[in-house]
Write a protein that binds this ligand. Structure first.
Ligand code: 8WZ
Length: 159
């Protein structure tokens, strides 16, 4: 399903604490106005973990040496040649103080109150895997930032 489009790597990290998850409200740029995990593009010569750790610290002030790989999500937009390959990480083992950045306004959410209506529409399909610590691989084709026209999600043995 991922054909031969040019793939661009991104990271996405979720911080857990007790029955809460830390989300960030994107203040500008891609996905502005949506709550999401923390992440972004890789710099040249950066590994996925390096990039995930860097973006986490830049966007919310927290650091972790224990980011566990939870899933890979592929996103494409109908009118866009790029295939986004987003590597999803999670940890409850972190240090530092939560701080707002220019990119993100962080806020703790109870897992029973996750604001899915103000997040990317694909999240409802894979968050159950994330919360149950089950590895997943997903593919979502978007028409626009609110409309999914096609998707596949599956549990993945090894990532
Ligand atoms: C199309 C799209 C992109 C991202 C993304 C970009 C960088 C990191 O993640 C998403 O994140 C989530 N939760 N849905 C997403 C959809």
């Amino acid at each position: 399903i991922v054909g031969n489009k040019a793939k661009k790597l991104f990271t996405l990290a979720f911080i857990r604490r007790d029955n809460q998850v830390l989300l960030g409200l994107k203040k500008r740029g891609f996905g502005v106005g949506k709550w999401n995990g923390f992440g972004g593009k890789l710099n040249p010569n950066e590994t996925l973990i390096d990039a995930a750790q860097r973006e986490l610290e830049e966007e919310c002030g927290l650091r972790s040496d224990h980011l566990a790989k939870m899933g890979v999500l592929y996103f494409e937009f109908e009118d866009n040649p790029v295939l986004m390959e987003v590597h999803v990480f999670q940890t409850s083992d972190f240090t530092g103080e939560v701080k707002e950045s220019e990119e993100m306004k962080p806020q703790w959410y109870d897992l029973r109150d996750v604001p899915f209506s103000r997040m990317w529409p694909d999240d409802v399909f894979w968050w159950p895997y994330l919360l149950e610590e089950r590895k997943f691989t997903g593919y979502f084709k978007y028409k626009d930032q609110e409309t999914i026209v096609d998707y596949v999600i599956e549990e993945t043995a090894a990532l």
